[in-house]
Design a binder for this molecule. Structure first.
Ligand code: NAD
Length: 304
């Protein structure tokens, strides 16, 4: 697999593509954002105009797109990947999408003579830059073996979640359900403490070594909330999408998920306030406004 296709070179896809170039792979790239493509062309990639062109040039194509509709458009749309599939060509979808859509994509791609796995990731932009993503794979073991070397350039932990496409997405949604809920739980608890007269420093110190500690508090807060920095990162729109997908999954299998449902409402309210393209941690600011907490962290920061 010396020439790979890469469709969707945004926040995550661009650094992942750069790591593949550095590892010696030849890349054909496609994105609606011409500037992102241009940057990769500057590092040796070749530009393509349509997905079918990418598929016909490459034995394997990676997609890293926002959501289900985008992946469906790239695969099934006019001049989509499907029309270029032949000879067991491989599609590796690394986007977080509806697991049912992944399953359908795999069936169609299989019928056209190709193969597909879903391989969503966690680890954020930092993991994408450092090649240290956790990659969750759904699909037959033999297909995973075909692309293990490529995936290992982008991630350092490969987990085979099941033999059917969509299983990677299911475990990814379980994880993001926890992250999305944790952010809101942490924000409302912190805001209660701040309004009750505690300092941010005291709360951070106590929670950091107590049972309220979470990945959100330990890793995400220091780089976002505590620095009053909410550029993505992981956009609030994407968290809203993932919790929606998790709710659909829970509904499908018959699990009541009341807290996830409430969390999604809070993210929806953030989107309505125009914060969808900020990092999902911006929900903190949105909740602070509703709570009338204006003294955020650190005290010298300029927070509206
Ligand atoms: P992004 O919006 O930064 O990147 C998506 C890219 O896809 C954009 O450059 C966009 O122009 C391109 N695109 C959209 N439709 C297209 C089309 N039809 N043809 C070609 N290009 C198209 O999003 P991101 O943050 O890189 O996230 C990508 C995926 O990874 C999402 O599914 C997200 O849920 C998941 N994810 C993101 C993070 C994160 O921290 N950002 C972490 C883990 C997983």
């Amino acid at each position: 697999m010396k020439r790979l296709g890469f469709i969707g070179v945004g926040m995550m896809g661009k650094p992942m593509a750069k790591n593949l170039l550095k590892a010696g792979y030849k890349l054909t790239v496609l994105d609606l954002n011409a500037a992102a493509v241009e940057e990769l062309v500057g590092e040796g990639a070749v530009r393509a105009e349509h997905p079918v062109e990418v598929m016909s040039q490459c034995e394997a194509v990676i997609t890293m797109l926002p959501g289900s509709a985008d992946v469906e458009q790239v695969v099934f749309g006019t001049q989509g990947l499907l029309s270029g599939i032949r000879d067991e060509h491989l599609v590796i979808d690394m986007s977080t999408i509806d697991p049912m859509v992944s399953k359908r994509l795999a069936l169609e791609i299989d019928s056209a003579g190709g193969q597909m796995i879903d391989a969503p990731v966690s680890g954020g932009e930092t993991g994408a830059i450092n090649g240290t993503l956790t990659i969750m794979i759904g699909g037959p073991a033999a297909v995973l073996d075909r692309c293990r070397e490529v995936l290992s350039v982008m991630g350092n932990k490969l987990i085979h979640a099941g033999s059917e496409a969509g299983m990677g997405g299911k475990v990814k949604l379980v994880n993001n359900m926890i992250t999305g809920i944790s952010m809101i739980a942490t924000a409302e608890a912190f805001l209660t403490g701040l309004k009750a007269g505690l300092s941010m420093e005291t709360i951070v110190e106590v929670v950091g070594t107590s049972s309220g500690n979470t990945w959100v508090h330990q890793n995400h807060f220091p780089n976002t909330v505590l620095k009053n920095q909410h550029e993505p990162g992981f956009m609030l729109d994407l968290m809203y999408k993932d919790i929606g997908l998790a709710l659909a999954l829970a509904d499908d299998v018959g699990v009541p998920v009341p807290v996830a449902g409430l969390a999604r409402q809070v993210y929806q309210s953030g989107r309505t306030a125009g914060l969808g393209r900020k990092d999902f941690s911006v929900v903190w600011k949105h909740m602070a406004e509703a709570a009338g907490v204006h003294q955020l962290a650190p005290p010298s920061d300029d927070v509206e």
